[in-house]
Design a protein around this ligand. Structure first.
Ligand SMILES: *Cc1c(COP(=O)(O)O)cnc(C)c1O
Length: 437
């Protein structure tokens, strides 16, 4: 798929067995007697009234339940293990705090994410430090705060860490080596990371060289290997291939097997369940890796995507010319997934859930690629209607931007009929805050 090109209009309701719109929303989402959605027990119309639109709604219970499914599921299959949230999927302090409360480890990919993780109460010993271009400042902060693991991506990482640790006597930094397994999952090019030619990690011969160097280091302690092949992966095979690749490099104490499990965005998507994924991954680990080794998984998208719903208001409806354009008050400023990787989303009028006429749901931004859903059925959409787009918890907040002077939306946690903003909406004053006279 070419980024920015719109997919043809589809009629998902042609497939009656997929006609389960509520199934794409966080578990527990229901329709109220007036036909409006209730997310985390909160009515969308009341949420729109209180917080405005666009807004990113998070079902807090669904997020906690997903964290527990991952943590309990992995522990049951592989007791010596840990689940780390790949926090770039949703790096706001409230999410770090919630997942730290759930006992998860946290992946960071920059000094900014490290600062956010620590501000959110993450135990530094549970932080895993990633990045293909780690600066001195980032690595120094990681070492000084006591980050649990630093993942070596390249030989410069080794040089830098050696230098930094020379200035902190007595501190030994545990590290993993990131292996490029030469696995190409069936996902968008921009989010495939494990193939030959990837900018991430070291191919097997170079990984062997890094391992040898680290074994000779008295400041870096080589605990094991890391591998991550990409994102939005909808079949299990690439995960097994990744385990096979790291198994070739010998026996280690720790294997971090990355993230990448896909989420169900559309009726057609059939990702493995968390349990199926963990079954596959731990079976491969049990067969190919040392029995005593600690296994880490790093879900990002699949941890947060399905807990999120974006709420918009229709600004205009344009009919004629063979297509109905429904334009809302958000778009690529708050959801860049469509433009970046052609991600597809379903949607509904939030107060009249279910079918209707085929529409193209578009944003308010000045690009034709600013489409939220190229083909979706909406029930008699009119200006002022609320539109709910499910499965927007992952990579929307983190990729949100101020294109066309848009103010980034609030993040609202909903639970048991109570709601609270954990991130406020940006204001025009925020847009000018960094400008100097
Ligand atoms: C992005 C990333 C993840 C998470 O990927 P998801 O597809 O969001 O699960 C895990 N590990 C590393 C190193 C990553 O860069």
């Amino acid at each position: 798929m070419v980024p920015g090109t719109a997919t043809p209009v589809r009629l998902p309701y042609d497939e009656p067995s997929y006609n389960d719109l509520l199934g794409l929303f966080p578990p527990g989402t229901v329709t109220a007697p007036d036909g409006g959605l209730r997310i985390g027990g909160c009515h969308v119309a009341e949420l729109a009234e209180r917080y405005g639109t666009p807004a990113l709604l998070i079902d807090e219970g669904a997020l906690r339940a997903r964290a527990r499914r991952y943590a309990d599921g992995l522990a049951a299959r592989r007791p010596n293990s840990a689940v780390a949230f790949a926090s770039k999927a949703f790096p706001c302090t409230a999410v770090y705090r919630l997942l730290a409360e759930e006992g998860l480890s946290i992946d960071v990919a920059s000094d900014g994410e490290l600062a956010l993780a620590l501000a959110g109460g993450t135990d530094p010993a549970k932080v895993i430090v990633h990045g293909n271009a780690k600066t001195d400042d980032y690595l120094r902060t990681a070492v000084e705060t006591g980050a649990g693991l630093v993942v070596i991506d390249n030989f410069d990482d080794i040089d830098r860490l050696e230098r930094i640790l020379a200035g902190t006597p007595g501190r030994e930094q545990p590290v993993l080596v990131r292996v490029t397994p030469d696995v190409r999952p069936d996902t968008h090019e921009a989010i495939s990371t494990g193939q030959r030619g990837s900018k991430f990690g070291l191919l097997l011969p170079q990984a062997r060289e890094a391992i040898a160097r680290l074994r000779g280091s008295d400041r870096l302690r080589l605990d094991g290997l890391h591998v991550h092949v990409g994102s939005q992966i909808l079949d299990s095979e690439p995960f097994v291939q990744a385990v096979e690749a790291v198994a070739e490099l010998g026996d280690f104490d720790v294997y971090d097997l990355g993230g990448g499990l896909g989420s169900r965005y559309t009726y057609e998507d059939r990702p493995p369940s968390v349990e199926d994924y963990l079954d596959t991954l731990t079976a491969a680990a049990d067969a190919l890796l040392p029995a005593s080794a600690r296994v880490i998984v790093e879900p990002g998208r699949s941890m947060v995507a399905e807990a999120g719903v974006s709420l918009y208001r229709v600004v205009t409806v344009k009919r004629g010319g063979g297509e109905t354009f429904v334009a809302v008050d958000g778009g690529m400023g708050d959801n860049l997934e469509v433009s970046l990787y052609g991600q597809r989303f379903e949607a509904t009028v939030a107060t009249r859930v279910g079918g209707g006429e085929p529409c193209r749901l578009v944003g308010r931004h000045c690009e034709s690629g600013d489409t939220l859903s190229a083909g979706v059925l909406l029930d008699d959409p009119r200006p002022g209607d609320l539109i709910a787009v499910p499965v927007t918890g992952a990579y929307t907040y983190s990729l949100s931007n101020n294109y066309n002077g848009s103010c980034r939306p609030p993040v609202v946690f909903c639970h048991d009929g109570q709601s609270r903003a954990v991130v406020r909406r940006e204001t025009h004053a925020d847009l000018m805050r960094r400008d100097l006279p």
